[in-house]
Design a binder for this molecule. Structure first.
Ligand code: SF4
Length: 652
């Protein structure tokens, strides 16, 4: 085995945070041979601190290392100081497990959870000594693979990535390993790489861009169509039907330096059927697949004993929606092995599912930060986005929190949403102010942080046709909010950079031509674009201009029905009619219920795949479907009552 450690070690003395590059974490596979095995290098294209806790990567790491024909190691994007040292000293990208050069692996597999990391992907491939363009790679090079939520529009990276895995990766990595194993055994002869890619293109959920032709007419995309008859016209996502069968990670990595989410993380379910129209994660991961409650408590108990953490996070897209969440939380806290010293956090809380019971249970040991995401400031706007949280739901949740001892609550909002008026924007300030009033009934110093992000429309959602607000417009709206909250001591306003939202907009709905822009930004030094101190909109603007692409056309323009979208050949299972109907309903501010508790409206996510929701208990979440307060006692026959559209009704 080639270890680069003798060259890496002296470089570490010259960089910040050398622990990022050392490995040796509890749970890691350490050094080991790749001989006779398919070698996967799993890469999170951001810093170690952000990438290490990523559960998707850790799950695949274990699954691949349990197989007897593969070995997986990990790496993360080296920070700029380390990259400079590596380039100066001739050190290629290496794995943190064995410090082996990246190019010795058979597959370089990236997890893509945000668009602004795209330039880091190019940088990692280049640092590995592998040609950045897929077309320039030969049989001696590793395959460059990508998975994660961003792959639901893979086109901006189509020139750089050999194959994308769409949807859940647990089963697909096994099929890919088998194909690569046979390819290696055949000697990787000239031309064999193309044959392998074509073979992989027929694995369900695998998209191989080089097997598709793209046709444009002027600025318009006309088609993305397979070159060969045995390649699918539309790539359907992979879905693990039974999460209980995938008990991973069993050996969560315990870092030796500070990372984000530094605690035991246990995934309690996948999918979400609340139907928020802006939320790509909710749309592409349908249906809901819960882990059995006993399995959750067992995973928590085993994980805490092994790692020594005193905090566990029960992760999902909407954790308080897990059937019987109260009893799961209680059983963790009452577990004698936890000794009354373990705190539980529930990220992604829905305000309408947050009860006093859950609040009092999770605050027993330590009060971690509490964040709610009403997303919009008025009831009208929340009907548009289908986040049907009434003001009383929010105030009730906030009341629960403050009465249980919290003194500060964080609220997440979006601005720049379809049909948004200044009244909707200013509703954010009013909601935050009212929450402070609720809090001050319990503590004199109660405060609320309102965090506002600029909305970026995402592929495979009902808002995929919407023209994104310009940075100027977003800045104006933030200005309105700043004026409205000035002098309001209990409300702290935070906002995300509207310019970063623009770059995210270019990458998220781009077609294959945007690949040249990503490459240009990278060539001009634009890595770590999701880090505010590294981000530069000028790089993106200049690159778009250099390649003759219009920002207005790609980002700010509304799309027509029938327009070919760059991701039309990738299927999250959702019928086009469903998405379009949701878009029209949004424009009319009309809500759609959560299908988990009301009749199926055939979005396609279950019906097209022969699967259904998997729930551990048939008890509906507190607050009823979508927080409408409806009685769910009679199951699937429950009529859905939605409040009238007018904002005034919600302002009581
Ligand atoms: S197919 Fe029906 S039950 Fe399944 S997610 Fe879509 S609407 Fe819900």
């Amino acid at each position: 085995m080639t270890s680069l450690w003798p060259k890496i070690e002296p470089a570490l003395a010259r960089v910040q945070k050398p622990a990022r590059y050392i490995g040796c974490e509890d749970g890691s596979v350490g050094a080991g041979s790749l001989k006779g095995l398919v070698g996967w290098l799993l890469i999170y294209p951001d810093t170690y601190e952000i990438g290490l806790p990523n559960q998707g990567l850790q799950i695949l790491y274990e699954i691949l290392n349990e197989r007897d024909d593969s070995r997986a190691e990990r790496t993360y994007a080296p920070w700029v100081d380390m990259e400079a040292e590596m380039r100066r000293r001739g050190i290629p990208l290496f794995s943190v497990d064995s410090h082996r050069p990246a190019a010795e692996f058979d597959l370089l597999a990236f997890n893509l959870s945000a668009e602004l990391v795209y330039t880091n992907l190019l940088n990692c491939v280049d640092l590995a000594g592998v040609p950045i363009h897929a077309a320039d790679r030969g049989p001696e090079h590793p395959l460059v693979v990508a998975g994660g939520h961003c792959t639901f529009n893979p086109e901006p990276l189509a020139d750089f990535v050999d194959l994308f895995v769409i949807g859940d990766g647990e089963e697909a990595v096994g099929q890919m390993t088998a194909a690569v194993r046979d390819w290696k055994a055949s000697g990787r002869t000239p031309g064999s790489r193309e044959r392998l890619l074509r073979e992989l293109a027929s694995v369900p959920g695998v998209y191989v861009p080089s097997c598709y032709d793209v046709v444009y007419e002027g600025p318009a995309l006309v088609s993305v169509a397979p070159k060969y008859p045995d390649v699918p016209e539309r790539v359907e996502k992979r879905t693990i039907a039974d999460l209980a069968a995938w008990l991973y990670p069993k050996q969560q990595l315990v870092p030796m330096t500070e990372v984000v989410h530094d605690r035991l993380n246990v995934e309690i379910f996948r999918g979400c059927t609340r139907g928020c129209r802006f939320c790509q994660a909710g749309m592409i991961t349908r249906p809901v697949r819960e882990r059995p409650a006993e399995q959750v408590t067992q995973m928590v108990s085993d994980g805490l004993a092994r790692t020594g953490y005193d905090e566990v996070s029960l992760t999902s897209l909407s954790s308080a929606d897990f059937s019987g969440i109260d009893s799961v939380v209680r059983s963790i806290i009452d577990d004698p092995a936890c000794n009354g010293e373990v705190s539980v956090s529930l990220p992604s809380l829905r305000v309408d599912a947050f009860t006093v019971g859950v609040a009092s249970e999770i605050q027993k040991v330590r009060r971690t930060g509490l964040t709610f995401a009403p997303e919009a400031g008025t009831w009208r706007m929340r009907q548009v986005i289908n986040k049907l949280i009434r003001e009383e739901d929010l105030y009730g949740a906030v009341e629960s929190a403050f009465s249980q001892g919290w003194r500060r609550v964080k609220l997440y909002f979006l601005t720049g949403l379809p049909t948004e008026t200044d009244e909707d924007t200013l509703g954010i300030a009013e909601l935050a102010r009212n929450c402070v009033t609720v809090g001050r009934r319990h503590h004199r110093g109660a405060s609320v942080t309102a965090s506002v992000g600029g909305f970026v429309p995402k592929p495979q959602t009902p808002f995929q046709w919407f023209g994104q607000n310009t940075p100027e417009e977003l800045r104006r709206k933030i200005g309105l909010l700043r004026s409205a909250t000035r002098g309001d001591k209990g409300v702290q306003l935070r906002w995300h950079d509207p310019e970063a939202s623009l770059a995210e907009g270019i990458a998220s709905r781009g077609d294959r031509r945007v690949g040249a822009v990503i490459e240009e930004v990278w060539r001009r030094g634009g890595t770590f674009q999701e880090w505010s101190e590294m981000f530069s909109l000028d790089l993106w603007r200049d690159a778009m201009e250099a390649h003759g692409l219009s920002i207005d056309w790609y980002v700010h323009r509304h799309r027509e029905r029938g327009e070919v979208l760059p991701w039309d050949h990738i299927s999250a299972g959702l019928h086009d009619d469903f998405l379009w109907q949701e878009w029209e309903d949004a424009l009319e501010a009309s809500g759609t219920p959560d299908c988990r508790w009301t009749p199926c409206y055939d979005c396609g996510a279950c019906t097209g795949y022969g699967i259904e929701h998997v729930v551990a208990s048939a008890v509906a979440p507190a607050g009823g479907s979508q927080g409408t307060g409806q009685d769910l006692g009679s199951g699937g026959d429950v009529p859905v009552f939605l409040r009238p559209t007018v904002g005034a009704g919600a302002r009581s």
